[in-house]
Design a protein around this ligand. Structure first.
Ligand code: ADP
Ligand code: ADP
Ligand code: ZN
Length: 215
């Protein structure tokens, strides 16, 4: 199954992707995670990407398309994949269609998790993740058992540097201007599946499960 999961920043893409990848046994490809990894390692690409991420802007299409193209060519993606946070522009969506067509693949579904802006702000401002294993928590909505510590590995919980009020607002604006046109793009292809993301984790997850079992 070849799936794209979309939605504004903080909608719950990464959270739902965790559950989808386990259930359907497909690799979870998050461009945000790939960029954060490159930043952590201090690679030239990471240094370039960091400038855009800190400003809440999109990393240029050429860079982003390149890393996704390479990742989709790997062996573990041939039987299916879950793209999270890509595509984010029409240029990226067209590039993805081309890459898939060349390798005789196609998308099965584009899931869109919709959440109102005021809730997105709350989700981003309370988001923390484990420094060691990456597990994502929310200080109010899904807190760890012990304050500041990961339930799975006792790692330290940290906040993403782009989850501050100013950058979060920029990311919402970028989403509205550059990413939301993709909804029509996938609607026209008959692939768009809308999910109401303003409910608890399990309710959102079971809607996605129904969609994917039919896809
Ligand atoms: P995205 O990948 O779309 O940016 P995340 O999956 O990281 O979003 O979720 C953003 C924040 O909101 C995290 O702190 C997460 O724990 C929390 N969250 C995700 N889904 C829900 C939900 N349905 N209800 C409440 N909080 C949620
Ligand atoms: P969120 O959905 O919570 O905003 P992500 O982890 O998906 O977060 O993305 C974090 C940042 O990484 C984005 O604000 C952007 O700077 C960069 N990024 C991620 N995916 C893309 C993409 N497909 N195109 C351009 N930039 C991207
Ligand atoms: Zn952990």
């Amino acid at each position: 199954m070849n799936i794209v999961i979309m939605g504004p920043p903080g909608a719950g893409k990464g959270t739902q992707a965790e559950f989808i990848k386990n259930k359907y046994k497909i690799p979870h490809i998050s461009t945000g995670d790939m960029f954060r990894e490159a930043v952590k390692k201090g690679t030239p690409m990471g240094k370039e990407a960091q400038k855009y991420m800190n400003a809440g802007k999109l990393v240029p299409d050429q860079v982003t398309i390149g890393i996704v193209q390479d990742r989709l060519a790997e062996a573990d993606c041939q039987a299916g994949f879950l793209l999270d946070g890509f595509p984010r522009t029409i240029v990226q969506a067209k590039a993805l269609d081309e890459v898939l067509e060349k390798t005789d693949r196609k998308l099965d579904a584009a899931i869109n998790i919709a959440v109102p802006d005021n809730i997105l702000i709350q989700r981003m401002s309370g988001r923390v993740s484990c420094k060691e294993c990456g597990k994502v928590y929310h200080l109010v909505f899904s807190p760890p058992a012990a304050q500041g510590k990961c339930d799975e590995c006792s790692g330290e919980l940290i906040q993403r540097s782009d989850d501050n009020a100013e950058t979060a607002a920029n990311r919402l604006q970028v989403y509205n201007e550059q990413t939301s046109p993709l909804l029509d793009y996938y609607q026209d292809q008959g692939l768009l599946k809308n999910v109401d993301g303003n409910r608890d984790l399990k309710a959102v997850g079971s809607d996605i499960e129904v969609i994917l079992d039919e896809a």
